[in-house]
Design a protein around this ligand. Structure first.
Ligand code: HEC
Ligand code: HEC
Ligand code: HEC
Ligand code: HEC
Ligand code: HEC
Length: 244
């Protein structure tokens, strides 16, 4: 973890102050767009204390993201579930599995689900390794996105197909701004935000969505533009939106 967020990132707030000054004098700070070290993060895939598999739980068992990431639609921060959420099922399912040893430890029980003695019986929080983390000088908010028709998929990729979660998108400033400038490329109906298998063409065909002229809508571009107007979506681009 230590060298994943290298020391030079500490001086970035200073760079922002300098940039704001440059902006004030009317020069476009194109470099912030291109200078972001994308390669640092895309593909980052730390190993986790339990080999938890999204493909199995979401794609095969059909679980909703919000069963575990329950804060995501109510708060700025998405949460990772506590051990007791897993235990709802795993006190019954795959009992004794060696892959669940750290889960049993977290619940304070042995392989036969008998309480461990002493301190160990109290359990401990599972130490999941964070995959995505915005720098301290960036303000981000989950609920502001998922309640406005932006899916997890736009920012985290095909998590429902990942056996091990990895950093799929760059989360660079250019990445944020590309969408803030063209949200119609990403907007989808609110009930489809957590459906990572959503297919816009299939949705439009099944629902026979029509434009103001009465013609069938067939492209993301046109559908996204309709949703944007209907919902009054206008993502901000000013520096203070994301740097407070
Ligand atoms: C059964 C519980 C469960 C469900 C359902 C679930 N997740 Fe997760 N998710 C976890 C756990 C546990 C972690 C932390 C371990 C890891 O990264 O694999 C995690 C990690 C993540 C991360 C990485 C977090 C970080 O550290 O940056 C993302 C992104 C994510 N989940 C998205 C999703 C999406 C999108 C869905 C729905 C399609 C979903 N999850 C469904 C349990 C769940
Ligand atoms: C809704 C019920 C449910 C929840 C909640 C749940 N799981 Fe599972 N999990 C399952 C089922 C069903 C299987 C498949 C069991 C099998 O193949 O025998 C499974 C399999 C697993 C396995 C593989 C076990 C093995 O021996 O192959 C691991 C590891 C696992 N889950 C971890 C977790 C973790 C960690 C959480 C919490 C973040 C969690 N699960 C939450 C139902 C659940
Ligand atoms: C607009 C982009 C975007 C969307 C949409 C989005 N995320 Fe995230 N997600 C991020 C960013 C950026 C971070 C890092 C946030 C931080 O460090 O404060 C993150 C972090 C996370 C984390 C790690 C815990 C945390 O609070 O940092 C989880 C879990 C997560 N996202 C799950 C989800 C799920 C589930 C969805 C869909 C319901 C989703 N995200 C939708 C951008 C997004
Ligand atoms: C895929 C599209 C998309 C991406 C990627 C995206 N955003 Fe957004 N963002 C939106 C939309 C849509 C809104 C809501 C605009 C509205 O409500 O009119 C929004 C709103 C916001 C807001 C305003 C929240 C508030 O409290 O009013 C912030 C802050 C923000 N985004 C930060 C970020 C950051 C930081 C990133 C990159 C890590 C990012 N966004 C990436 C589409 C996106
Ligand atoms: C939609 C959100 C958003 C807006 C608006 C935004 N930024 Fe950023 N900015 C980010 C994110 C996210 C990063 C972190 C990139 C990373 O971690 O790689 C960042 C990083 C930076 C950096 C560090 C250098 C770099 O490229 O990593 C500077 C400097 C900066 N921003 C200046 C600005 C200025 C000046 C403005 C106004 C013109 C602005 N930002 C507007 C999201 C935003």
């Amino acid at each position: 973890m230590a060298n994943f967020f290298p020391r030079w990132t500490n001086i970035l707030p200073l760079k922002i102050v300098v940039c704001l000054g440059v902006m004030a004098s009317g020069v476009v700070v194109a470099f912030t767009y291109y200078a972001t070290p994308k390669a640092l993060r895309v593909g980052y895939m730390p190993s986790q204390p339990i080999p938890y598999d999204h493909a199995l739980h979401v794609e095969q068992l059909g679980m909703d993201c919000r069963y575990c990431h329950s804060f995501v639609e109510h708060s700025g921060h998405a949460n990772v579930p506590t051990a007791s959420v897993c235990w709802n099922c795993h006190q019954h399912v795959a009992k004794g599995s060696p892959k669940l040893e750290a889960l049993r430890g977290a619940m304070g029980v042995d392989v036969d689900h008998q309480p461990l003695e002493g301190e160990a019986g109290k359990g401990y929080p599972i130490e999941w390794v964070r995959v995505h983390r915005a720098p301290d000088y960036v303000y981000f908010n989950h609920s502001a996105h998922v309640n406005r028709g932006i899916s997890c998929k736009s920012c985290h990729g095909d998590v429902h197909k990942m056996k091990v979660v990895y950093h799929a998108e760059s989360h660079s400033m250019g990445f944020c701004l590309d969408c803030h400038r063209n949200p119609e490329q990403h907007l989808r109906p609110l009930e489809e935000v957590y459906n990572l298998d959503y297919d816009v063409a299939a949705y439009l065909e099944a629902n026979e969505i029509r434009n103001a002229e009465g013609d069938l809508v067939t492209t993301q571009e046109e559908f996204g533009t309709m949703l944007k107007e209907q919902w009054g979506i206008k993502p901000k681009e000013s520096c203070t939106t994301c740097h407070r």
